[in-house]
Design a protein around this ligand. Sequence first.
Ligand code: B12
Length: 352
Amino acid sequence: MNTNVRTAYELERHSHEIVERACTKLLAEHAEIGQRFGEDARLVWTDHLHQRLLELSSALSADDPNLFTDRLAWSRAAMNARGISSDDLDNCLDVLRAVIAEHLEDESGSRVLSCIDQAISSLATQGKPLDPFLDPGIELDRLALHYIQTVVAGNVLPGMQLVLDAVAHGVAVQDAFIRVLLPAQKEVGRLWHLNELSVSEEHLVSQTTQRLMTALANQAERKADNGLTAIAGAVAGNIHDIGIRAIAYLLELDGWRTLYLGSDVPQVELPNTVDAYKADVLLLSVALTTQLQATSRAIELVRRQSVYPVKILLGGNALAEHPGLWREIGADGYAADAQSALDTALELVTGL
Ligand code: B12
């Protein structure tokens, strides 16, 4: 275990105590926060502080303060959109920093503080735009927007029908996945981030998208078997499974034998599963930086315990903005989207 990983582990081990103390300090020093949030104040800010602490620990473990900067920028945009001021977030970070300084006094404390300080200083120069993913001037983007609007309006079956009709009229199933449904999910995420869609509305679209993907995959024509096996799933702790599920369906349509394990797959299961099914590629999805430790542990276990020479391919939001991180945690490859996932999986196994 290297020093940063050990410090991150220490931070997480004391997380409960640190967060409780930081929250008490925040509410004592900023009585106005307590007044504004009423009886929910402790719950809301404990949760917020805990999430930030886990993100800080992941950044520390990966020795990359930018991972923490990204998370700070993300939560700032989401909270600002919900009427919570940046001052509250700054105060929150100040108390977290102060409590960590008291708690971890030695060299490990200064490593954590330097990670916080570097993250804060890059935050000042980082403005994260939340531009729309979809352009109404492009036909399939327009379909994706229409799909979201129809489902959010409560018309689930007509929304599904829009996509089914497009496929019946010549849009390839692969395009319905890659150019309509997956971008629609990203747009839903953006609208949720900006507080323009509620959690229920996001859930409704996400459930409908999964239902549609299954319907489309079941009716689509599949290429002949290519003799290759892929196992796909989301790493432990990750319940985002729509992207990886789409990739699993698309691999299957391309002729792979695909074993889709779904979300939150325990690391310890992976080595035996790889061997039992003689998997050529193991695809793991990582949505949040707080899932990176589980990911490197999963890779380590497969490398150590699997007999079958499987290739490990990673993808997902957590790795998207940090080129090379996949390699540092020991994977064989990374792909940023569904089409490159298909290409990279084949390339890793066949060299083509
Ligand atoms: C739906 C959704 C949920 C659903 C998930 C339901 C489900 N069954 O999947 C629920 C409500 C459960 C959820 C929960 C949370 N979510 Co959420 N969620 C989303 C949303 C809106 C859509 C996800 C999706 O379907 N994406 C569609 C596909 C296309 O994107 P993708 O998953 O990244 O996959 C693509 C690529 O990354 C790549 N890929 C993905 N996996 C793999 C694997 C391999 C091997 C390869 C090669 C490629 C690859 O290919 C895919 C296709 O192009 C996204 C927004 C977004 N931009 O994605 C937020 C989002 C991912 N969620 C977010 C957050 C913060 C959370 C929560 C922490 C919220 C909270 N405070 O509780 C929790 C965490 C849950 C957890 N423990 O994992 C943030 C993440 C920000 C970040 N980078 O950290 C996002 C980006 C929202 C936002 N705009 O801020 N979420």
